[in-house]
Ligand binder design. Sequence first.
Ligand code: SF4
Length: 327
Amino acid sequence: MPGIALLQWYGQNARPLPWRKDGDPYRVWVSEVMLQQTRVEAVLPRYEAFLRALPSVEALAEAPEETLNKLWEGLGYYSRAANLQRAARQIVELGRFPDTVEGLRRLRGFGPYTAGAVASIAFQRRAAAVDGNVLRIHARMRLDDSPLPSPLAAKAAEAWVLRTMPASCKPGDFNQALMDLGALVCTPLSPRCSRCPWTPWCLAFEQALQDAYPKRLPKPIRQEESFPVFLLFQAGRVLVRKRPPSGMLAGLWEFPHHVDLQAAGDPLCAHRHVFTHRVWNMQLVLALPPREPLEGVFVDAEGLRALPMASAFAPFRERALHLMKES
Ligand code: SF4
């Protein structure tokens, strides 16, 4: 049976990830949110630091915005951090961590995947946790033609997971086994079918169609923008400003751009930052002193390191720190 074969494979191949140690709902939840759109290797160091600073739901609920954003720095998609805190406040108000999919879905930021993952891993509820890995495996196993991402494909994958999950197993183990199969074996490119416990049941393997699945919707065209980003120094400090409290990169810090400043020379370096729907092509330039005072604050090197800065500007921060050290 495929479910048993997968669990046996998981018994020998499970990744030793820190959030798997005790199934604590808070730890599982934080890890699942961090792992959305972010690679495990990038999450690991930040996960440990996050839990050291905010070891409980209560600590997360009370954390100042700057602390939270600093802890989230480099993970991107900062709305996840804001939603994490909103949900923590809901849990504190409730007085307990909801332990069902339905209860979890009422919390801010808990979509079907996060609710299924937390309910199954932390509370052993029989629930599916359908992420990109599971969608891909399902499409190959069943030769499902629904293009990804789509609600239809997610529904079909969810029903398939619940059919395949053995009645007697720990649902959390089964879901984590699927996650590991997708990460280690049934990878997006060149799946390692020779190491897969599911070759006897996989239609893509049987028909040598692994590379043809999953089907995908055409990628949206990203809007490209090019602009200079300014380093304006004053008495060994550099000008930074805080982004508005809502919208893209809300509440994070950045170097000024789209402002009335003149470049003092050629660009120092360039950085291309790719977001989901847009691309920023930025050139870093030193700025001449402005005619009018600009919005923002001048910070020294220590202050610059301490501020939660949008990842788009992180390479420029390194350059600014280097220049401040030299001067
Ligand atoms: S046999 Fe190959 S394509 Fe099928 S699930 Fe396993 S790794 Fe994926």
